[in-house]
Design a protein around this ligand. Sequence first.
Ligand SMILES: C[S@@+](CC[C@H](N)C(=O)[O-])C[C@H]1O[C@@H](n2cnc3c(N)ncnc32)[C@H](O)[C@@H]1O
Length: 504
Amino acid sequence: MSQQARARVGAPIPLAQGWSDERFERVAGVAFAVAGLVFPPNRQPSAESAMRRVMREQHLDDPSALLRAVQQPGESRDALLAALTVGESYFFRESGALSVLEREIVDTRRAAARQGEPIRIWSAGCATGEEPYTLAMLLRELGVQGDVSILGTDISRPRLDAAGRGRYTQWSLRGVSPERVTRWFRPHGKHFLVDDGIRDSVRFEVLNLVSDQYPSSHNGTADQDLILCRNVLIYFDLPTVAQIAAQLLRALRPDGWLLLGASDPPLVDLVDCRMFMTPSGAVYQRADAEPRVQTPRAPWLATPVVLDFPTPDDTREIPPAPFTTAPAPAHEPIRYVSISTSTVGEAYARGDYRAAADQAERSIERGADDVPHWIVWIRSLANAGDLERAGEVMSAAIDRHRMEPELHYLQGMLLLEGRSVAEGARAARRAIYLDRDFVMGYMLLGDALSRLADDLGARRAFENALRLLERGTLGATVVAADGVSPERLRQIAADRLRTLGTAQ
Ligand SMILES: C[S@@+](CC[C@H](N)C(=O)[O-])C[C@H]1O[C@@H](n2cnc3c(N)ncnc32)[C@H](O)[C@@H]1O
């Protein structure tokens, strides 16, 4: 969306960048030296607010005290690393990608496991343990018996302590079917306890991926059949990613698999490896892995090609909404909740976007899982200039609330802001597909299409917005319009049609 158009139809997104004090930059230097974490300018404001949080929690008076405290190993450093990384995880996350476990590992290694040769699985960067426990559950469901070793490692000791307790809130179970909740968890007050057998089958260890502690048979990180390192490499610069990837590939058995997350950087240009694409992310093998004999089961493995694991998640692109010349048909109204009605909305309304983002994040971590909290979090991050983090949170929000039109609309705004105009148009279409009366979805689509020089499409979009506005059924406020009145939106849509040269 152009600056001019954004000023007219959306929230202002001022770009705050950089450190406010060079001592925070030096703390970031420690985080890089210790754990390889990097902070591009647009992530520095949110990193700085995380550092300030650690100062408060650790009773450190100023950034100099923080710097001194994190220069040696200990509680303050652990707290800093945990605050600078996201420990977000949940059970059966992107479980479509895990079918590599069934297709390629369990079937070929089941007999060996029965004869006492262990199947080895490692979740590297496992946060609070949801991922390795999921693997243990899947193996049980696949009927694997015998010697299986599942290792979960992370740099954050507090997260691993939580993993060992095996106690979770409903929030960590958001990807789990009710049958699986019954099978693998025991309710305990407001919490859910992982089945004892599952808990005992996973070993947790602190391990910094930016170190030479692996692969090693001493800590059980060598000869792995499967390594999951999902949503971890996003924190590092490319030389660090290359170093970690090379070590992880060396930690595999010759025919083992390395699985990354859908948003992790691709490894092919960084290290010698074989890469296969799945709808849920890339999977890798060592460059010297034995080329597979073609079988009817897995013909795609003979050469590195795009492969098509069946995925239980619905990751299909939602088709674009057909444009109509008739008014959109009536349907069940969709319930939106306005930002101003939520408690975290107060800081947002004051324009204190850092505080609003922090409050929304904390509420979500404590189990609030409603769309307004997600929207405040995303908009606040964007308004504070942290578009990258806003994009990450957006993915998590859509993962959770896939059918929510306002989130797709917001995603479109961010994509346009990041100059991914075609992607932004697709997101706007998804929003409209989910809500045929979504005025701001049409406005956004019109903006995107006019930037793509699709004047005809843009004209249809603005006409649809105008038609909806003129129906007069929207009331005084328009969803996601940030308080801009229907009357003003009508003028904007009419202006846009005029500048497209075809207003009627
Ligand atoms: C978003 S979580 C990923 C959890 C899980 N893999 C998933 O995808 O659901 C990222 C984890 O990476 C960990 N991490 C960050 N830097 C690390 C490092 N240098 N070594 C090991 N773990 C690290 C963080 O502590 C955090 O728990």
